[in-house]
Design a protein around this ligand. Sequence first.
Ligand SMILES: Cc1cc2nc3c(=O)[nH]c(=O)nc-3n(C[C@H](O)[C@H](O)[C@H](O)COP(=O)(O)O)c2cc1C
Length: 369
Amino acid sequence: MENRSRLFDSLVVGGQPLRNRIVLPPLTRSRATVDGVPTRLMEEYYGQRAGAGLVISEGAVITPQASAYARVPGLYSAEQVTAWRPVVEAAKRDGAVVYAQLWHVGRQSHSSVQPDGLLPKGPSAVPITGYQYRSPTGRIPYETPRELTTPEIAEIIKAYGTAARNAVRAGFDGVELHAANGYLIDQFLNDGSNHRTDHYGGSLENRTRFLHEVISEVARHLPSERIGVRLSPSSDWMDVHDSDKRTLYSTVVRQLNDLGLAYLHLVEPEIAGSTTVDSPADSIPTAELAALFDGVVIVTGGHDQASGEQLLTDGTADLVGFGRLFIANPDLPHRFRTRAPLEPVRPAGVYGGGPEGYTDYPALAASGT
Ligand SMILES: Cc1cc2nc3c(=O)[nH]c(=O)nc-3n(C[C@H](O)[C@H](O)[C@H](O)COP(=O)(O)O)c2cc1C
């Protein structure tokens, strides 16, 4: 009995059965074209990882302005939609349910990559301090963003809707809103980055308004049960901080209960973007926030098979994401099932490049799990 692995139990999410509780979480790998068009290489990569019950795409930017880095895919042009189709099909090859992560980086962008060469925009003219922008020629300071005007906010909300519609057209089963890791939605939520005095700033009701308006707009294009939301409640990565994180995030989670979403995706406190760090002092235990949510909860961050099983056993999570393990072990579910050894991630090729460090991690067995 003890041998039975809960990671291989099925679960229905958004009306669709998942064959296991293993999630490929969003992982930016920068293998799209310079115009953000998905490539054949991406098709191969996602096909290799199709054994997950739920595949969430790497962040896909909703407009050219929403991006911070080269070769990140988008979901705003017809060409991108067409090119996503075979990628999504490959990810569905073994029966996975496949969601697109919708991404806008807000103040984490830089004028050097903005289409018009102007400053990036965020909720307020508050720059990121303590971190540096990774430019092709090295690390440089973040700029002071321009404060979004109300009409610009409305345009961005519309763009989320268009991107969601494009995701459906490309074959995705649903979308995940990236409200984590200090990107635009997170910048609106936290009072350290949101100093607005209009109805998008100040009170909790106002700071959560942008998230809710985005969800409402996206829900015009697909059922709410096909929309997930990703939060990183404890992270202060990229200088997101709030005077009362616990109240902020428990309010956000409680509000989401009323919306009938596909899932809530929580990033563990010890994750800073894509790396493991010491948890911030004001961390909120993931179990505490998960318990406030009535629907499906995904937990990602630093987990292996044993700790993933534990999250399912103690009821903290319904699904578990394995990011870096999936980068280096494309057949991760098969390896979990057979208790096979796991490969470590090689630093070369994590972001950008060709097949090396991307599609050249071997599978143990061609059949997967
Ligand atoms: C190379 C890399 C790229 C990532 N890209 C994204 C992304 O596009 N969107 C996102 O929400 N998180 C992204 N993350 C964070 C992962 O989804 C995950 O939260 C993190 O890796 C911790 O999980 P792990 O310990 O299982 O790797 C990225 C992480 C890595 C390592």
